[in-house]
Design a protein around this ligand. Structure first.
Ligand SMILES: [Zn+2]
Length: 102
């Protein structure tokens, strides 16, 4: 068996992004363009407009009484028909709804 198709080897050249919230190390997810911070759990990366709500539901606000330990940072570049828009803030890990923008 040869290891030529090992995805870990093939993505080594990828930039080792750090978290824009805490400067922590980020790790890969199933979605190659999205990384998760190992320290704060922040979501960092690039997403197509149509896929955004699979990660962060920007259409809805989270409940105000959300537990602080369920809140995660996000910093995403959203690729849409009118270019790239960067959005960042905090979201509810369980519902993916927005807690705070910016
Ligand atoms: Zn972080």
């Amino acid at each position: 068996m040869r290891g030529g198709n090992n995805p870990d080897t093939n993505t080594e050249r990828e930039i080792n992004m750090t978290c824009t919230a805490c400067n922590g190390r980020t790790r890969k997810t199933e979605d190659i363009q999205i990384r998760i911070c190992e320290d704060c759990g922040g979501l960092i990366g690039t997403v197509r407009r149509g896929d955004l709500h699979n990660h962060v539901d920007t259409r809805n606000w989270a409940n105000e009484d959300i537990e602080q330990d369920r809140v995660r940072y996000f910093d995403l570049k959203v690729l849409g028909s009118n270019g790239v828009v960067r959005i960042h803030g905090w979201y509810d890990l369980d519902t993916k709804r927005i807690v705070q923008m910016g």
